[in-house]
Write a protein that binds this ligand. Structure first.
Ligand SMILES: Cc1cc2nc3c(=O)[nH]c(=O)nc-3n(C[C@H](O)[C@H](O)[C@H](O)COP(=O)(O)OP(=O)(O)OC[C@H]3O[C@@H](n4cnc5c(N)ncnc54)[C@H](O)[C@@H]3O)c2cc1C
Ligand code: FES
Length: 251
C-alpha cells in the first residue's frame, strides 16, 4: 500500500534518535511486529531511494503507527526536520514480520536502534522479558518496563545497568522458549550461538542495506542455510525476520 501519511508527532527521544507517529489507518490494519515501512523522504530526486524503517508500535485504536529512527545520514536527518501536520509518502507494511507465540516464555534482545521493532512484541506478548543494550544514550525504557516482565539493561559506558554488551547480561537463556532479536550483526551472531547452545528457538530481524524494498534489485541479499545447501534470500521480501539458525553471519 502506498499512502501519504499525516505526521501526528515527530520528537527527539535522545541525541540523534527520534520517534515519528504517523496516521495510516489502512496500513495499520495489515501490520504486524517486525514489518517495515519504506519511506520517501521528500518529493525531489535526492535522496532518490526510499528508506526502510521498522514499525515500532501499532496503535489499532487510533489508526497510527510509530517508528523510531536514528539520524545517520541525509535521509534520516531530513526526516528529523519534518513537522507535525506535514505528510510523508509511505509504502507498507513490507516484509514478513515476527510470528508471535503467545503461550511460550519469551525474551526480546535488542541493541541500539534495533530495540525499535521489539517494542510491539513486548506490547503484544503477556510473558516476555527484555534485554536491551546501548552505547550510552538510552531511550524507550519506560515503555519496555511497563510492557515486559523483567527488563535488563547494559550500556557500553556503564552509565545505566551493567557495563558491557547486552549479550553479557543474559545469564540463563535456556529458561526461554522463544527469543526475538534485532541489532548489530555481531550481537545477532552471538545470540544465534547462545540460543543454538541451549536449543532455544530464535528469530532475528536483519537490517540490511536496501534498494527497491520489493524484491526487484537484489541489493539486500542474505546468505541462508537450508539443510546442507546454501542460497541467498532477499531481506526485503523473504525477511527481514529469519530464524537465526538459517543465517550465515560469516558471509
Ligand atoms: C528492514 C529494515 C528496518 C530498519 N529499521 C530501522 C529503524 O527502525 N530505525 C532506524 O533508525 N533505522 C532502521 N533501519 C536502517 C535505516 O534504513 C537506515 O539507517 C537509513 O536508511 C539510513 O538512511 P540515511 O539517508 O539517513 O543514511 P545514508 O546516507 O543512506 O547512510 C548513512 C550511513 O548509514 C549506513 N546505512 C544505511 N542504510 C543502512 C542499513 N539498512 N543498515 C545498516 N547501515 C545502513 C550507510 O552505510 C552509511 O554509513 C532499517 C533498515 C532495514 C533494512
Ligand atoms: S531491496 Fe531490492 S531486492 Fe531487496
Amino acid at each position: 500500500m502506498q499512502r501519504m501519511c499525516k505526521i501526528i508527532e515527530n520528537r527527539e527521544l535522545c541525541r540523534d534518535v527520534y520517534e515519528m507517529r504517523l496516521e495510516c489507518p489502512e496500513i495499520v490494519q495489515e501490520s504486524k511486529p517486525g514489518q517495515f515501512l519504506h519511506i520517501k523522504i521528500n518529493k525531489s530526486a535526492d535522496p532518490l531511494l526510499r528508506r526502510p524503517i521498522s514499525i515500532s508500535r501499532i496503535y489499532r485504536d487510533t489508526g497510527c503507527i510509530s517508528i523510531v529512527y536514528q539520524c545517520v545520514g541525509k535521509g534520516t536527518e531530513e526526516m528529523a526536520a519534518l513537522k507535525q501536520g506535514e505528510y510523508i509518502d509511505v509504502i507498507g507494511p513490507l516484509g514478513n514480520g515476527f510470528t508471535l507465540f503467545q503461550r511460550k516464555k519469551s525474551a526480546v534482545i535488542g541493541g541500539g536502534i534495533g530495540i525499535a521493532p521489539l517494542l510491539e512484541i513486548v506490547a503484544e506478548l503477556t510473558d516476555c522479558d527484555a534485554y536491551l543494550g546501548f552505547r550510552d544514550n538510552t531511550f524507550k525504557l519506560d515503555e519496555f518496563a511497563s510492557a515486559c516482565k523483567e527488563l535488563h539493561i547494559a550500556t557500553e559506558d556503564g552509565s545505566l545497568g551493567s557495563r558491557g554488551n547486552v549479550t553479557d547480561i543474559i545469564k540463563d537463556i535456556k529458561k526461554y522458549e522463544i527469543v526475538y532479536a534485532c541489532g548489530p550483526k555481531a550481537m545477532l551472531k552471538r545470540i544465534k550461538e547462545l540460543c543454538a547452545e541451549k536449543n532455544v528457538k530464535c528469530f532475528i530481524s536483519i537490517e540490511e542495506r536496501m534498494g527497491c524494498g520489493i524484491g526487484a534489485c537484489l541489493v539486500c541479499a542474505c546468505k541462508i542455510k537450508e539443510g546442507d545447501a546454501w542460497h541467498y534470500k532477499k531481506v526485503c521480501t523473504d525477511g527481514p525476520v529469519f530464524e537465526a539458525s538459517e543465517v550465515d553471519f560469516d558471509d
